[in-house]
Write a protein that binds this ligand. Structure first.
Ligand code: GLC
Length: 746
């Protein structure tokens, strides 16, 4: 038998390295320590990249191909011969999903996989708080590590284009700068645990309706200026270790293995991580091989529905790929590049010698979940000093609505969670208000959350309504806790909402309650904007998002005044659906015709549309009230004229002119005057959330690189910084600008 010394030498280096990993992990006796230290010195001097190259030389073609696709619903094969471990993945963006069976979509029924449910990402976006995002990512990463997951399938950063999209609650709103600024600390936080974040869904997955077939047509400008930035920040600033392709097509080819998106990601951005498919988003061996798919998951299933047993050997990147490599259709360098990335993911996660061990369901995590929740809740209306509500023994508070008690961590699709606990709004209110009398009526009922099917309610709706009206009549204060929920055709993966208004007869119920009690505060539990023809019937309105395990405590913190609300809307609330850009252009724009849709609004998404077309929104991007009041004064820029390499320093003084301590988000938008191309009136280019005590003031400096004012010039397929005059807008909402300042770029 011919001995191949080269390979054996390499194999011995690897074995000794893996032995080092083994030893250092298990912490052997004293004498072993000196041994492993010496080995450690040797092993650490051999860089990860050279270990990867050595491994690639040692792997057989069959082993290489086996690394590129699933072996089960949420895991991929390792290489037992060399001690290379499996990779284990789990959803989702706001918590680690319960264990799922090896080969089907049912839950495994474990008793040790309950976790902390963190607030949905719209709430994190609404906090405008990068420091909190870092704590969020780190805590979530600890729980993923504790559950022995090497890849966490989140965060989601698809841009909010239509208020009907079933998955907007999982994402970070309509503005690419806000999403980019908040996704970076989240990813870094997760990855500090030796767990890969997997930013998703790359790209243009902005609706759930027809998600697995729809072909998106959009120009380069909108692609680069609106839909790619959060992914680019994930790669270039956060160093994300995994990215998930999307279901939809872009310009006729599936996004998961798309030549244009592959070039942008791996050539232009020099992404060195792994591209993982969405579950069943791969559709071709050749395109997967050539256009950048590294790890194929979920093929043969419809994503979350039926599954096909032992389909794994038939995956596009399984037997057909191996065959293509063997008969020369594909050069071996193609599979080597995929394996290189997968091994790099392993050395960063399950082959890293010094990963922390993680933990779950700790007070620290509950505190983070509560802080993100209270920091993201948005106070939209507060008349007659409705909020905060005192805990007064002479007062009766009627809590009405199904969302006062309905679980919002169950349902919603792949982001659903088995929370160790979930404090409902009613529980939180009862826990906080010890003196006031709290009464409750469900008022309306919807069916349980089921994926891809609507289950009808079981109770008699008329008696629910009668009961609610009676409860309201006999109360001093009515808290109507309604909105949407995580069931099919609501805020749920797999499809979109069919209506912009509130479902389940809530509006009729509210109107009937109004007839017997006009002192109503609406607590809106949604992940999306809704139509509000009833707004004049409520004295107050709070958008509370889906807040996870600590929902009830966080809501009680804010409505009682224990916490002064400081959240700002991460997306616009149009008055009516047609005021939204995606719906302005009819069905060819949303949901599409003949399986193709045209993003005709181009770059004018969200407030960019409302500002530029002068269509006043009901509530604007960046808007949110406080129990105290702020003014922004002494607004100035450090210079009047800048060059390309400069950074603009916008400074101002934030004054808390009210009676309560609180936080405010100073927002800086910039617009180009007399541009040679179509541009939005103004775009968010900087923000800072600041806590200021009552009567105090705080000086704020926000730096904006001049280059960030460039537009993507389709004529040169590159970014282009226009010279000339720009307007700098400073305020605390996109529709509440304190001052405009002109600057010039030379
Ligand atoms: C789903 C989702 C994706 C999720 C994956 C695994 O279809 O689109 O976000 O991570 O499948 O559940």
């Amino acid at each position: 038998m011919k001995i191949n010394f080269k390979n054996n030498f390499i194999a011995s280096v690897i074995i000794s390295y893996l032995l080092f990993v083994q030893i250092s992990l298990h912490g052997q006796q004293k004498n072993q320590t000196s041994y492993s230290n010496n080995l450690a010195k040797n092993a650490m001097s051999v860089s990860t990249e050279s270990k990867i190259e050595a491994l690639i030389k040692t792997l057989t073609l069959k082993e290489k191909v086996a690394l590129c696709h699933a072996q089960s619903k949420f895991s991929t094969k390792g290489v037992e011969r060399l001690g290379i471990p499996e990779i284990w993945m789990s959803d989702g963006p706001h918590g680690v999903r319960a264990e799922i069976n090896w080969d089907n979509w049912k839950y495994a029924g474990w008793t040790n996989d309950s976790i902390t449910a963190f607030p949905a990402l719209t709430c994190l976006a609404a906090s405008f708080n990068p420091e909190l995002s870092s704590q969020y990512g780190f805590s979530l990463g600890e729980e993923a590590r504790y559950r022995k997951k090497d890849v966490l399938l989140g965060p989601g950063v698809n841009i909010y284009r239509t208020p009907l999209n079933g998955r907007n609650f999982e994402y970070m709103g309509e503005d690419p700068f806000l999403a980019s600024t908040l996704v970076v600390p989240y990813i870094k936080g997760v990855q500090k645990n030796g767990v890969a974040a997997c930013v998703k869904h790359y790209v243009l997955n902005n609706q759930e309706h027809w998600r697995s077939k729809i072909n998106v047509e959009v120009g380069d400008r909108a692609l680069y200026e609106i839909y790619l930035p959060a992914f680019k920040a994930s790669v270039k600033e956060a160093g994300v270790w995994a990215i998930m392709g999307a279901y939809n097509k872009f310009r006729g080819k599936y996004t998961t293995h798309n030549p244009i998106l592959h070039k942008i990601l791996k050539s232009d951005w020099k992404y060195d991580g792994v591209v993982i498919s969405d579950w069943s988003s791969a559709h071709s061996t050749e395109e997967s091989a050539l256009y950048g798919l590294d790890l194929e998951m979920g093929t043969g299933t419809d994503g979350l529905g039926t599954s096909t047993n032992d389909f794994y050997s038939q995956y596009y990147l399984a037997a057909p790929f191996l065959k293509g490599l063997k008969n020369g259709d594909f050069p071996e360098s193609l599979v080597d590049d995929k394996v290189r990335r997968i091994l790099r993911l392993m050395f960063r996660t399950n082959m890293s010698a010094n990963r922390p061990l993680g933990n779950a369901n700790t007070k620290a995590h509950h505190d983070v979940a509560r802080r993100v929740a209270t920091d993201g809740i948005v106070l939209l209306k507060n008349e007659k000093n409705f909020f905060p509500i005192k805990d007064d023994k002479n007062v009766t508070i009627a809590v009405i609505g199904e969302n006062a008690t309905r679980s919002m961590t169950a349902g919603g699709g792949s982001s659903e969670l088995k929370a160790k606990f979930e404090i409902s709004p009613l529980e939180g209110i009862k826990a906080r208000y010890k003196n006031a009398t709290i009464t409750h009526a469900m008022g309306y009922q919807t069916g349980p959350s089921r994926y891809n099917q609507v289950i009808p309610p079981t109770l008699d709706l008329d008696s629910l309504k009668t009961e609610a009206i009676k409860t309201a009549r006999n109360a001093d204060i009515v808290l109507f806790i309604g909105g949407l929920n995580k069931s099919h055709l609501q805020d749920c993966e797999g499809d979109d909402r069919l209506q912009f208004g509130l479902p389940f007869g809530q509006v009729d119920l509210l109107n009937d309650i109004y007839k017997v009690n006009k002192n109503i505060g609406f607590i809106l539990v949604t992940g999306n904007a809704v139509e509000m023809p009833w707004l004049d019937k409520v004295n107050a309105l709070v958008e509370t998002w889906y807040l996870g395990s600590m929902s009830g405590h966080a809501i009680a913190d804010v409505i009682s005044g224990d916490v002064n609300p400081s959240g700002k809307l991460p997306f616009s609330f149009p008055v009516k659906l047609e005021d939204n850009a995606a719906h302005f252009f009819g069905t060819s724009s949303y949901p599409g015709e003949n399986m193709t849709q045209y993003y005709k609004e181009d770059i004018l998404v969200g407030y960019r549309w409302h500002d530029t077309k002068k269509i006043k929104p009901l509530y604007a991007f960046g808007y949110g009230l406080s129990y105290t009041s702020f003014t922004i004064s002494d607004i100035k820029t450090d210079k009047k004229t800048y060059t390309t390499e400069d950074s603009i320093t916008v400074s101002c003084r934030l004054n808390n002119t009210g009676l309560l301590d609180g936080s405010e988000v100073v927002q800086v938008y910039v617009g180009k005057q007399k541009s040679k191309v179509k541009r939005a009136l103004k775009e968010l280019k900087g923000f800072q959330k600041v806590s200021v005590n009552s009567g105090k003031q705080y000086s704020v400096d926000i730096n904006i690189p001049v280059k960030s004012l460039s537009f993507y010039d389709e004529a040169i397929s590159d970014w282009n910084l226009e010279k000339g005059d720009y307007i700098v807008y400073v305020g605390n909402a996109s529709n509440n600008i304190s001052k405009k300042t002109k600057i010039t770029i030379n």
